[in-house]
Write a protein that binds this ligand. Structure first.
Ligand SMILES: CCCCCCCC/C=C\CCCCCC(=O)SCCNC(=O)CCNC(=O)[C@H](O)C(C)(C)COP(=O)(O)OP(=O)(O)OC[C@H]1O[C@@H](n2cnc3c(N)ncnc32)[C@H](O)[C@@H]1OP(=O)(O)O
Ligand SMILES: Cc1cc2nc3c(=O)[nH]c(=O)nc-3n(C[C@H](O)[C@H](O)[C@H](O)COP(=O)(O)OP(=O)(O)OC[C@H]3O[C@@H](n4cnc5c(N)ncnc54)[C@H](O)[C@@H]3O)c2cc1C
Length: 666
């Protein structure tokens, strides 16, 4: 962090106003002091490495140069990470990703290796397979990705066309891409980085199709890196963001792999071609569940980055007068600006708390599965789908809101907001497209509603449906607990409406599937309302627990944030509350005042709250958001790095402009 002397005077004043212990909140936000200290220790190592510092901003490099630079840095990072792991302890993936963003400035071409390849070996491999591949993968003697999506299918996994046909004679699988649309398309690192892939393919044994299974396939020679025979591999080209992720395509022509290369923790193929079905075929999708859970944490992190940039900028930026003859005010003093930004801070805390809760549920399910119990798998799948969908979508909307809150300068690449938006919006699509995942949860909710009607016991996350069937609703109270109940009434009401809409279409003679499609707008609304009820409930309950051991200052700001989140969403969805709960116009008027009071309470702590996210300048990489607030100086310094500013006259003047001007007629 910059020395106090150089820090912008508005930021100095803002920090003096802060009423709580910033460090203490950082520990809470990060899940414990030990995580923060670990990250900081690792950051100190990484960001002192000279080779990781850019001479030319990445954005001025060509596509090819950017990739080469990202690989160079990713190798340094991986070495540092491994060395760190040997001396201290193995870093958690969140820290690896956070610190990686700071060094690479975008996505690491090893992200899929560290985030899905290793996890799939761990989660889907037998102990023998793990023993063979895990040490090599961890030491990066082999580098891999997760190759599932194809040109023709990403969402509908049963429609994937890559085939893996078992040859009993040689005890091998033969991989083929029978059509153009069966080519793998998108996997990160696949383009020119990885030499191995976990490939999702349709398994065929003796002409019988057994559905999607996962296979370990080597695609490049470990010495020469040349594609192996039968492999057609390449990079898919520039995208909205993710420029350094090295997303690729892949086709197979009669590529043979040994039988032992099918990941067989769940389903197995024996030497003689006998197919042994595992406990649940959907366990093949296990890595996706883990990544969907992790995306809730990623959403909290991207919002924290955008909020830090936008709040610090709003403290430094002065524009317009509130009153004539008075100095121009900090834009952070406009209530509308607070309305745009404080929800970002609160949302980041909401998602971080929800992630902690969801990850715990994930670990419990994994433990249960180990004991052969799968009762809570459907609930986890439903929760991970709707929370991934809602948190990623909210994160993209909030990052864009933060960008807009920075006016014109937010549009500068050097603000970093465009790149953060690229990261956020990608997560709405990858790991299960937004609508598709909401509909997965809706399947579960329809079943839960049916069970509630039958008086059956429901899983904890949907048990509110039982309460909603009771006719005597209490009169409305404007307390957080009661507003959370209000969200549950909204969710229950929408679930019920969607259920009835399906029934109505079925009664009118439609097939269930057509009725489902006809009701699907209502279904996704029900799923969204369920997500919001969960987010508010978990955030509220989680904050009470955190506050119970926090200092009074920190407990107070946590309370302001959770209340702001709940009241904000009550006002955003006020029409739903009027439809499905007992809220009255008078209650809404009180909530509006409450919301304004909360903005005022948070205002003096705004900069302290984003400081508590503790995002280093290297990670922010933003002219607008750095700790010292030297916004204008940095904007100018960065502009001066443009290659167009390295010469007084660009050659295009002599080549095109001058002749053009000469020829121009009056
Ligand atoms: C520690 C790790 C950190 C890593 C963090 C990394 C951070 C990420 C950052 C960047 C990485 C970018 C990575 C991006 C990688 C990718 O995108 S990989 C590709 C992801 N692809 C998808 O997500 C595909 C989406 N589609 C599907 O998942 C499925 O096709 C479907 C769920 C939509 C449908 O599957 P299908 O087989 O057709 O099933 P259905 O007939 O619809 O349903 C049957 C029943 O199965 C249940 N079910 C489905 N999925 C699961 C599951 N995963 N677990 C448990 N159960 C599941 C479903 O609910 C149905 O149940 P019922 O019949 O009882 O209703
Ligand atoms: C940045 C990025 C990185 C990625 N990395 C990887 C990777 O490493 N490995 C990998 O395997 N894949 C990867 N993917 C692919 C990603 O997982 C898929 O793009 C994603 O799952 C969406 O599938 P799709 O592209 O087939 O979308 P589609 O399903 O074609 O979606 C198009 C539209 O159709 C709608 N739609 C589709 N089906 C339904 C339905 N049943 N009901 C209602 N609406 C529907 C969707 O809502 C959407 O609006 C990546 C994608 C991106 C953008």
């Amino acid at each position: 962090m910059a020395s106090a002397l150089k820090v912008n005077k508005d930021l100095v004043r803002e920090r003096q106003k802060c009423t709580f212990d910033v460090k203490e909140l950082t520990y809470i936000w990060e899940g414990g002091r030990e995580f923060t200290e670990e990250r900081q220790r690792y950051e100190n190592i990484v960001y002192s490495v000279k080779e990781l510092q850019d001479e030319v901003p990445e954005l001025y490099l060509s596509h090819k140069e950017r990739y080469e630079s990202s690989i160079r840095k990713a190798c340094i990072l991986q070495r540092l990470q491994n060395e760190y792991g040997k001396k201290h302890k193995v870093l958690n993936t969140r820290t690896i990703r956070l610190v990686g963003y700071g060094a690479i400035r975008d996505i690491s071409p090893f992200l899929l290796h560290n985030g899905m390849f290793i996890q799939t070996i761990e989660g889907q491999g037998t102990p023998e397979q793990q023993a063979e591949w895990m040490p090599k993968a961890q030491a990066m003697q082999i580098i891999g990705t997760y190759a599932q999506t194809e040109l023709g299918h990403g969402t509908f996994l049963r429609g994937l066309e890559t085939t893996a046909t078992y040859d009993v004679k040689t005890e091998e699988f033969i991989l083929n891409s029978p059509t153009l649309t069966s080519h793998k398309w998108w996997p990160g690192g696949l383009g020119t980085t990885v030499n191995h892939c976990i490939v999702a393919a349709q398994l065929y044994i003796n002409g019988k199709k057994h559905g999607i299974h996962l296979f370990m396939v080597q695609i490049r020679d470990l010495e020469t890196h040349m594609p192996l025979p039968g492999i057609n591999v390449g990079e898919i080209g520039p995208k909205l963001g993710f420029q350094t992720a090295n997303n690729g395509f892949l086709g197979f022509k009669n590529v043979r792999i040994p039988r032992k290369n099918m990941l067989m923790k769940n389903n197995q193929v024996l030497n003689d071609g006998t197919y042994v079905k595992g406990m649940n075929e959907k366990l093949t999708y296990g890595t996706m569940v883990l990544v969907r859970v992790s995306i809730v944490s990623d959403a909290a992190n991207v919002i924290a980055r955008a909020a830090t940039i936008a709040v610090r900028y709003a403290a430094v930026r002065h524009q317009s007068q509130l009153k004539a003859n008075e100095p121009e005010v900090q834009i952070l003093d406009y209530l509308t600006q607070q309305h745009k930004l404080f929800i970002a801070i609160a949302t980041s805390h909401a998602f971080s708390t929800t992630y902690g809760w969801l990850y715990k549920a994930y670990l419990q399910v994994v433990e249960d599965l180990g004991k052969g119990k799968q009762d809570h798998l459907p609930e986890l799948h439903a929760l991970s789908c709707c929370l991934k969908a809602t948190c990623s979508r909210d994160s993209a909307a909030i990052v864009e809101q933060c960008r807009l809150a920075c006016g014109g300068h937010g549009y500068m690449a050097s603000s970093s907001l465009p790149i953060v938006y690229g990261l956020a919006t990608a997560s709405v699509t990858y790991e299960g497209e937004h609508t598709v995942l909401l509909l997965q949860t809706a399947r579960y909710l329809m079943k839960a509603w049916q069970m509630a009607l039958q008086g059956k016991v429901l899983a904890p996350s949907v048990s509110y449906l039982v309460d909603s069937l009771k006719s005597n609703k209490q009169s409305w109270q404007n307390t957080p607990e009661f507003i959370v109940k209000g969200f549950q009434h909204v969710a229950a009401g929408k679930i019920k409406d969607a259920f009835h809409a399906i029934q109505k279409h079925v009664k009118a003679g439609k097939d269930y599937e057509d009725a489902w499609n006809l009701a699907s707008v209502q279904l996704i609304k029900a799923s969204e309302a369920h997500s919001r009820a969960i987010l508010c409930d978990v955030f509220w309950r989680g904050t009470i627990i955190k506050s119970s051991t926090a200092s009074p200052g920190v407990a107070a700001v946590l309370d302001h944030l959770v209340q702001l989140y709940i009241v904000y969403w009550a006002l955003e969805t006020v029409g739903d509350l009027l439809l499905y709960s007992n809220i009255t116009k008078e209650d809404i008027a009180v909530l509006k005042v409450k919301y304004e009071e909360l903005l005022a309470l948070i205002r003096p702590n705004a900069v302290g709250l984003v400081d508590a996210f503790d995002i280093r300048d290297e990670v922010l990489n933003s002219t607008l958001g750095s700790y010292d607030g030297r916004v204008y100086e940095r904007l100018m310094e960065e502009a001066m790095k443009s290659p167009l500013n390295q010469e007084p006259v660009n050659q295009s003047f002599h080549k095109y402009l001058k002749p053009f001007m000469k020829r121009a007629k009056l």
